[in-house]
Design a protein around this ligand. Structure first.
Ligand code: FNR
Length: 364
């Protein structure tokens, strides 16, 4: 189908499922074990209902916001997803360019199939990128990577904490992985016989612990964000430590099956951080299952500063390249504007829990 026939993000997924190689589809789409968390990530949004207000002047809607102080045309960033070249020959730079068109932030993955330099060089004027870090068992490699990211202008360090090892993604495990990303080829031994996820397992340190966070402060002045917080308890520890942000995330359902969805945890986390007087000290992001403008609206209304989006970007990129990603982002932004206008909300700062009915969120 033509790009202009794509009317929502599910349309891109349907096309990608038909056009991607079996190997790429398996790696992108898979979740851990029975994929219960994978499905729940989007399903959870469907248990939140909206309470639209009427007779409010909504002729002008402003969906712009800031993330860690950086402008974003709407409260969404492209999150880190590894191995983009499985879906498109140019890989992650396609996402860089589309992010620039829309003035949103891209998070660069440690395990991108493009090199760091390629993604930095693809940057438009004034474009902001964050860096997602997998902590290597060899900390000198990690230090080098972090310093390079900072030197090359990345504006925040998102340390992935939900992956001391990679989850079992059976769809992916059934495929044989052949190509390694360039940065990994240099780092040594890649196992090519166990699916893409298994192939990158050796690059992640299972010994990473809370006490190590101080070390990151000593090697970088980038703001620190922990990506993959999944409980109130850990959100509070993170905020007490003083990181600048947390991403409530279960890694798109790819790690621990039966981990709860980020959107379901969000209200509890906001409440606990408010109780501890920490809510104003930290930005909270959520990712997982964001597919509609109303999903973004719900997350923001519950207290998230922004949401991350993963697979839909890969699907749009794989099927239609940069124009596809740009259209997917435009559709989401348009949907968010409609959701706000029909809810009687004209700016992101006005968006709050009074516009939601979450009674069913915990009732399923
Ligand atoms: C990911 N994710 C991820 N996260 C991370 O911190 N480092 C990584 O290298 C990757 N790689 C990766 C590859 C693929 C193919 C997917 C689908 C996901 C997780 C990602 O950042 C994010 O948490 C989820 O993708 C969000 O869920 P949705 O938007 O895909 O539903």
């Amino acid at each position: 189908p033509n790009l202009d026939e794509m009317l929502n993000l599910f349309d891109f997924e349907a096309v990608a499922s038909q056009t991607l190689t079996k190997e790429a589809w398996a790696y992108f789409s898979s979740g851990a074990d029975d994929e219960v968390t994978l499905r729940e990530n989007h399903e959870a949004f469907r248990r939140i209902w909206l309470k639209p207000r009427v007779l409010i002047d909504v002729a002008k809607i402003d969906v712009s916001t800031t993330i860690l102080g950086h402008y974003s045309s709407f409260p969404l960033y492209i999150t880190a997803t590894a191995l983009g070249k499985l879906g498109h020959p140019e890989g992650e730079v396609v996402l860089t360019r589309a992010a620039y068109t829309h003035k949103i932030i891209q998070m660069i993955p440690t395990l991108a199939s493009c090199s760091l330099d390629e993604m930095i060089n693809a940057r438009g004027e004034g474009q902001v990128q964050f860096y997602q870090l997998y902590v290597n068992p060899d900390r000198s490699i990690t230090e080098r990577v972090v310093r390079a990211a900072e030197a090359k202008g990345c504006k925040a360090l998102f340390i992935t904490v939900d992956a001391p090892q990679l989850g079992r993604r059976e769809k992916d495990m059934r495929e044989k992985y052949v190509e390694a990303p360039p940065d990994l080829q240099e780092e040594g031994d890649i196992r090519r016989d166990q699916g893409a996820a298994r192939a990158i397992n050796g690059f992640i340190d299972p010994r990473l612990k809370w006490a190590d966070l101080k070390w990151f402060r000593s090697i970088t002045s980038m703001p620190l964000v922990l990506k993959g917080i999944q409980t109130v308890e850990d959100a509070v520890i993170a905020a007490k430590f003083g990181v600048e942000g947390i991403v409530l995330s279960n890694h798109g359902g790819r790690q621990l099956d039966f981990a709860r969805s980020a959107i379901e945890i969000l209200p509890e986390v906001v409440e606990a951080l408010k109780r501890e007087g920490l809510y104003d000290k930290i930005e909270i992001y959520v990712d997982g299952g964001i597919r509609r403008g109303t999903d973004i609206f719900k997350a923001i209304a519950l207290g998230a500063k922004a949401v991350g989006i993963g697979r839909p970007m890969l699907y749009a990129m794989s099927a239609y390249g940069q124009p596809g990603v740009e259209r997917a982002l435009q559709l989401l932004k348009d949907e968010l504007e409609v959701a706000m206008s029909l809810s009687g909300v004209t700016s992101i700062s006005e968006c709050g829990p009074q516009y939601l009915d979450i009674r069913n969120l915990y009732n399923h």
